[in-house]
Design a protein around this ligand. Structure first.
Ligand code: BGC
Length: 873
């Protein structure tokens, strides 16, 4: 038997596609990822083969070391809807050759005219368009002469609203809440479904459920509003078999109501199973065609896993409460039929926490989060709501004395590739990391949302601005965030005169103006730049450049010195622990200082973005601006010796992290930060703005022990405080649950907000020890920094080249480190006594290890009494 190859291609992909192979361009860029432990392997050239469905093909050999987002190597672009098979073989500089590895690539509808024969169809409008809209069905039949097996049979479909398709009684595709949420007036995603296996020769029935979803369901807080994007729901679809259009939505279709009475995102779904399927089908209304540009969907929402019920308890007032043991996002699936006569009502109310052992619904504000079913004759086994979703750990069940196995929770989110993993000897830090992941999953539902449970679930820009980098380590967020950023740009440039809306899609339009504020507006620069850093994809910067430069050149409202104008609103260090529950932006750090520190940060980022894009003059201009702004910032916000005017963890962390201090000043600032951290008995003092970097700043400035001490702290506020309180997701505020177990009295109290999870950067990079050394992980830095009470940790990230990993353990006076660097990339390894650059392969190091004898660092007390708040684990 030949020895297994120690170098192979583990995946070939087109553009950023993950599951599925659909691309929206005729010349997709190709990438291939490697597996194998071959040392020092770099690519010299690659062979690429293309085979068309008619058997014709092409073969190319290209001499290049590039293996990520390589320009389409074939002579002919793809045609609309064409499917080809692509295979790649990679040749190493050492003379080795990989096996061929391949993928199918399918072009979407590339010619907009192909939609010309399709009509948007719906039902007549209700009398009161401000009331919850009732979902409805549309259906028709069509004939095909022979089975579609072996043929290219597709439905291309989208909706104004949310929809689910069936053919011959069987569900089409596995997407949920399609077509997802975009700024529909500008961009509307369509889905492509392979339906060959569902069709039969003769008559076929196609049917769709359509509900309001984000299109015209209630959105926004304080009661919100309906009809944000339009008032009439409709389906827009065509069936194409082997290039021939066999059906489009048009006036020949019929509509009817079914068992779903209402279904809205916040309030839940009400079904009356006595209604059954109507016999009263009527001709559809033909509605105006979509205004928005149709584009092939890149990252659908799917059911990702199911979670079993863990416990059923009776509350003090006699309610039946089911505990799933995990705060999650999705809905219930019934595994049994609830007993009862037709007409009996069973209801499920969802919430994240209990208070006084009862369901705590106040944090949901005006979202009802209640699914209700009136029993009929049909079985409810397998029932799930269609057009709502909930953020919950607990469900109150009324009308059914059920058992644990009678229902499961279905977890949904945008289907992204999981890239990052972390594990250590510290169980609570592991739980914190799991909480970050669950917080991410629950809030990446078509768009990045602030929270999944209350009457918001909106694309708040500031939350993504501080979390995109963390998210990109754990999941491949490129498609989802890339699509959302297109919408951000669209609203900013077309609707808001250069200012991004606070939420995108902007369902607050008309209620709240697009206010220019730092961090929230800075998402235009920070998030695309993070995607570029994750993937090395320069196209992201090209796509977003106008948005980025318009924000920094025109959107930011400046005073004479170029800094943010003094009198404007700023969110500041939003939700820092010292902020009052009712005024989350007012805290110890001056919001103007925060805004301007971020201004310096984004100005410097723009300098780099322009350099990467080859815009030399612009890059120089931002470099000049940076120097001027830095001086102005120092003048306004830094004492001559180096203390920021706000004496806070966030102010000092920002000044150090964004390099806003002179060398002498840095020492003063670091000493002061050391003092503040100890004086605060290692409790966290940062909000949205300071949390992403506080621990990195301590670690980078010779205060690693303080960083670990803060991370391991369990007093409120701290990351592990939440863990010790039983959190299974990241909370919106440090004390969402108060130390006495009560729900925080403020308005902003969610148990599933990802922003404070940005601490995971420190977990991945300092504890785990890996980070990218440049755009796209072509070069990696491996530098684990063990500390605190941890004795081992392992981290991995699937980079565009393959698996990057670092695992360390302390054994007495030795530190044992194992690393993996994927083929075609390099790494700098920095360990005690080691600083070397290596190429691919697995390597082990054993170096001398000296324990930190000063651990645990001590708090400072002005009274001389060691503060009580001094717990760590
Ligand atoms: C959201 C936040 C958001 C903030 C800004 C909140 O209601 O949940 O995460 O960024 O509003 O005002």
């Amino acid at each position: 038997m030949p020895a297994p190859l120690d170098i192979s291609i583990s995946r070939v992909s087109a553009e950023h596609s993950y599951r599925g192979s659909l691309v929206a361009t005729s010349t997709p860029r190709l990438s291939w990822r490697f597996a194998g432990s071959r040392r020092d392997w770099t690519q010299k050239a690659f062979n690429a083969k293309l085979v068309r469905r008619d058997g014709s093909g092409e073969h190319q050999c290209v001499e290049t070391s590039a293996s990520v987002l390589v320009a389409w190597p074939f002579s002919k672009p793809l045609e609309s809807r064409e499917i080809v098979q692509i295979s790649i073989q990679s040749l190493g500089t050492d003379g080795s050759i990989t096996e061929w590895s391949g993928t199918d690539v399918e072009a979407g509808i590339l010619d907009g005219d192909e939609w010309a024969d399709v009509r948007m169809i719906g039902c007549p409008p209700p009398d009161d368009i401000e009331s919850p809209r009732r979902p409805f069905l549309v259906k028709t039949t069509f004939r095909i002469d022979s089975t579609a097996s072996g043929r290219q049979a597709r439905v291309y479909a989208t909706a104004h609203g949310v929809y689910e398709l069936e053919i011959n009684g069987r569900r089409v595709g596995d997407q949920v809440l399609a077509p997802g949420w975009t700024v529909y007036e500008h961009r509307l995603a369509y889905q492509t479904y392979d339906i060959g296996h569902l069709l039969k020769a003769g008559n076929n029935t196609i049917q769709a459920w359509i509900g309001p979803g984000w299109y015209n369901g209630r959105l926004g807080f304080l009661g919100g509003k309906r009809n944000v994007h339009g008032s009439r729901n409709g389906l827009f679809a065509k069936v194409v078999i082997d290039g021939e259009t066999v059906l489009t939505t048009d006036s020949r279709w019929e509509w009817a109501h079914g068992s779903i009475i209402t279904s809205e995102l916040y309030d839940g779904e009400t079904c009356d199973m006595r209604v059954g399927e109507s016999r009263d089908w009527q001709s559809v209304d033909v509605l105006p065609s979509p205004e928005g540009q149709l584009f092939a969907e890149r990252s659908p929402v799917r059911r990702m896993e199911t979670v079993k019920a863990k416990k059923i308890v009776r509350s003090p007032t006699g309610k039946t409460l089911v505990d799933f043991g995990q705060n999650l996002v999705g809905w219930l699936r019934l595994e049994s039929h609830p007993p009862g006569q037709p007409g009996h009502v069973v209801a499920f109310t969802h919430a994240e926490v209990l208070e006084n052992e009862e369901l705590a619904t106040r944090p949901l504000r005006l979202a009802k989060c209640r699914d209700e079913i009136t029993l009929g004759d049909s079985s409810l086994v397998g029932w799930e709501p269609k057009f709502t979703y909930h953020g919950f750990r607990y469900v109150q069940v009324d009308g059914w004395e059920l058992q644990l196995e009678d229902l499961v929770a279905v977890v949904i989110h945008t289907d992204m590739e999981r890239l990052g993993h972390f594990e250590s000897s510290h169980e609570q830090i592991n739980q914190l990391h799991r909480n970050v992941i669950w917080g991410l999953r629950g809030n990446f539902v078509s768009i990045p949302t602030d929270c999944p449970q209350r009457d918001e679930r909106l694309g708040w820009t500031g939350d993504v601005a501080v979390f995109a980098r963390t998210a990109g380590f754990i999941y491949d967020t490129t498609d989802m965030l890339g699509s959302w950023l297109e919408d951000v740009a669209m609203e900013q440039l077309r609707d808001n005169d250069g200012i991004p809306s606070l939420v995108t899609p902007n369902c607050l339009r008309g209620h709240y103006p697009a206010i220019p504020t730092a961090i929230w507006g800075d998402v235009t620069i920070l998030a695309p730049n993070d995607l570029y850093e994750d993937t090395g994809d320069i196209a992201v910067l090209e796509q977003q450049y106008e948005s980025m430069s318009t924000w920094i050149d025109r959107g930011i409202v400046r005073g004479e010195n170029g800094l943010w104008k003094e009198d404007g609103f700023q969110f500041g260090d939003w939700l820092a622990p010292d902020a009052h529950p009712d005024t989350p932006g007012e805290c110890r750090t001056d919001p103007q200082l925060v805004a301007n520190a971020y201004l310096l940060h984004v100005t410097r980022k723009m300098q780099g973005v322009c350099r990467a894009l080859g815009k030399v003059k612009e890059s120089e201009r931002y470099a000049r601006d940076y120097r001027q702004l830095r001086a102005a910032f120092a003048n306004e916000f830094i004492s001559p010796n180096g203390r920021p005017v706000s004496d806070s963890q966030t102010a000092i962390a920002l000044a150090l992290h964004f390099d806003l201090l002179e060398p002498g000043q840095r020492q003063v600032a670091i000493k002061r930060l050391d003092h503040l951290v100890r004086k605060n008995a290692f409790k966290v003092g940062t909000g949205f703005a300071g949390t992403p970097m506080i621990l990195d700043v301590l670690a980078a400035n010779d205060r690693l022990a303080l960083a670990y001490r803060m991370l391991q702290g369990t007093q409120c506020p701290s990351w592990l405080y939440c863990v010790m309180q039983g959190a299974t997701t990241m909370w919106e505020r440090w004390d969402s649950l108060m130390p006495d177990g009560s729900v925080n009295p403020g308005e902003m109290v969610s148990y599933n907000h990802f922003s404070l999870g940005s601490v995971a950067n420190f977990i991945h990079e300092a504890i785990g020890g890996i980070r990218s050394g440049g755009p796209g992980w072509k070069h990696v830095i491996i530098q684990p920094r063990p500390g605190g009470t941890l004795t081992n940790a392992s981290v991995s990230h699937t980079s565009p080249y393959g698996r990057v990993a670092c695992e360390w353990r302390i054994r007495g006076d030795k530190l044992l480190v194992q690393i993996a660097v994927p083929p075609n990339s390099t790494a700098r390894v920095i360990l005690p006594g080691v600083d070397e650059t290596v190429a691919s392969g697995e390597r082990s190091y054993t170096v001398a290890w000296t324990a930190d004898l000063t651990w645990p660092p001590q708090p400072i007390s002005s009274t001389g009494v060691v503060p009580m708040v001094d717990e760590w684990i």
